[in-house]
Design a protein around this ligand. Structure first.
Ligand SMILES: NC(=O)c1ccc[n+]([C@@H]2O[C@H](COP(=O)([O-])OP(=O)(O)OC[C@H]3O[C@@H](n4cnc5c(N)ncnc54)[C@H](O)[C@@H]3O)[C@@H](O)[C@H]2O)c1
Length: 474
């Protein structure tokens, strides 16, 4: 059990965030550029990217970005110079221009001040928002790994800075580009599920090995993820299951999250793991992380829909993001993928479609982006190809002056769960209002359409893409 003092140790941010406890927007309002909803920046002929954070995830991003025509990885940054050197070597070995190297605790500042269009952030969580804000203040677009902001104060800071500077601030939510998530969006946009009523998503991924893996042997730098779990309760990593559902359900674009409640279990799995793997007297066994094993959140929207989100990185169970959506005319659910569609409005859909019908549905309703670039993406790898499709769409939109698929309000809304779930779970599931980061813009913002890329226009061909073993696939 955690006492109050222990809890406060890890939650210094809550003091500042208490100012927003009523979910009121901070004093500074819209700046010169107005809303970022539907915002498109002037097209960039060449996208010069600086990548910061070259640990487990960052190198894969360098390789994916470097494969896209018209994109140059122009700067590399990590705490450790050796990690920068390794990616510099990769660029050289693959015939790409040399990147400007940056390292040390604050090397990212000099990188953000340099000549770049986009800063791509793949660091530990605590650095996500600080680097993104600095990048935008220095005229760069920011693309940030998940979760991009770790409390309400950071969420609002991203919104305000993006609006004031007129720079994109996009969360790199790769799961929006998963084959099933995109199939789902296409089915929804074509009315196949009828009116959506309820969605379920999750991040269920046994990360005990990785959380306790020694940084010197390739684990998270300085055990940053374990430390976050040590200090926090609720759901620190809500976005993978959530953001695809938000897109399908038009959150911030016709509907918005109203309030949520979160209940978490005790922490059992990490203590057991640490004892078994390292012995009762080890520092690991004495750490007693606060984060409960399974956290369950239910969100209600102002239009009366619900979303259930779970987080569990400590139980012995197969990976799942759940991906469930149900509507008046059908339901689908992943892991494994199943679908049940009513013949016509008013009909039931009591049983899942058989294998043949399911296969036909997948073929017929495959998302156009997957039809156009899915094979290329699978070839490179990266969570089955979705990582490459995310980067491809991001760069394509920047090159063509198009709005991005995910805006700063999507980022802030999904990341606000981190603080809201913690507050709720620590208070017997007490209901928490979800701030309206769009400040009313959700009523007129356009839902995300069915977007793709023109490979010919991009100049991207099969030979540009090679299988890349450094891509993460789990
Ligand atoms: N979207 C996904 O599927 C997915 C998958 C894995 C990780 N991630 C995210 O990617 C991010 C990085 O995760 P990871 O697994 O690569 O962690 P990691 O610890 O392996 O890598 C983090 C890197 O950041 C560097 N770093 C730390 N402080 C720095 C500083 N001051 N300046 C520059 N670099 C600094 C570290 O040296 C390290 O190389 C996290 O936000 C994580 O949530 C996302």
């Amino acid at each position: 059990m955690q006492n109050r003092r222990e809890f406060l140790k890890g939650t210094a941010w809550m003091g500042a965030a208490a100012a927003f406890a009523g979910c009121v927007a901070p004093a500074a309002k819209l700046g010169g550029t107005g809303t970022m909803s539907g915002f498109a920046a002037p097209p960039l002929k060449k996208v010069r990217v600086g990548v910061v954070g070259l640990g487990m995830r960052g190198p894969g991003a360098v390789h994916r970005l470097a494969a896209i025509p018209g994109v140059e990885v122009a700067a590399l940054c990590d705490l450790y110079p050796a990690r920068v050197d390794a990616q510099q070597k990769w660029l050289k070995d693959n015939g790409k221009p040399e990147a400007r190297p940056y390292s040390g605790e604050e090397g990212w500042k000099a990188m953000c001040e340099s000549d770049l269009d986009l800063v791509y952030i793949v660091t530990p969580w605590a650095l996500h928002t600080p680097i993104a804000l600095y990048a935008m203040e220095h005229g760069k677009h920011a693309a940030i790994e998940v979760p991009s902001a770790m409390n309400l104060e950071e969420c609002w800071a991203c919104v305000e800075t993006s609006e004031r500077t007129g720079r994109h601030c996009m969360q790199l939510e790769n799961c929006c580009y998963g084959e099933i998530e995109m199939l789902t969006l296409n089915l929804v946009r074509n009315g196949k599920l009828g009116e959506l009523v309820h969605g379920e998503g999750a991040y269920i991924h046994d990360l005990r090995d990785l959380n306790y893996l020694d940084p010197a042997k390739g684990g998270y730098q300085d055990y940053w993820r374990l430390k976050w779990n040590r200090d926090h309760f609720g759901n620190p990593y809500p976005t993978h299951g959530l953001v695809p559902l938000m897109q399908a359900m038009n959150i911030n674009r016709g509907d918005r999250f109203d309030y949520l409640t979160c209940v978490s279990t005790a922490q059992i799995g990490m203590d057991e793991y640490a004892k078994v793997k390292f012995g009762e007297d080890s520092w690991q066994a004495k750490l007693h992380p606060k984060c409960g094993d399974m956290s369950t959140t239910v969100i209600r929207t102002v239009n009366g829909k619900t979303v259930m989100i779970q987080h569990d990185v400590t139980s012995a169970r197969p990976y799942s993001r759940i991906n469930l959506l149900s509507g008046t005319q059908g339901c689908l659910n992943d892991y494994p993928f199943r679908i049940a569609l009513a013949e016509k409005p008013g009909d039931p859909a009591h049983g899942w479609a058989d294998d043949k019908t399911r296969g036909e549905i997948i073929e017929t309703w495959r998302h156009p982006l997957w039809k156009v670039a899915g094979e290329l993406a699978k070839k490179m790898g990266g969570h089955g190809g979705m990582d490459f499709l995310m980067d491809l769409r991001l760069c394509y939109c920047l090159q063509n002056g198009l709005p991005l698929d995910m805006d700063v309000y999507d980022l802030a809304t999904s990341c606000s769960l981190t603080e809201l779930c913690e507050r709720s779970a620590l208070n017997r599931g007490a209901s928490q209002d979800v701030p309206d980061f769009t400040r009313g813009g959700w009523e007129t913002a356009k839902p995300l359409g069915i977007e793709t890329v023109d490979l010919e226009k991009l100049g991207l061909s099969d030979s540009d893409v090679k299988k890349d073993d450094s891509q993460l696939n789990v």
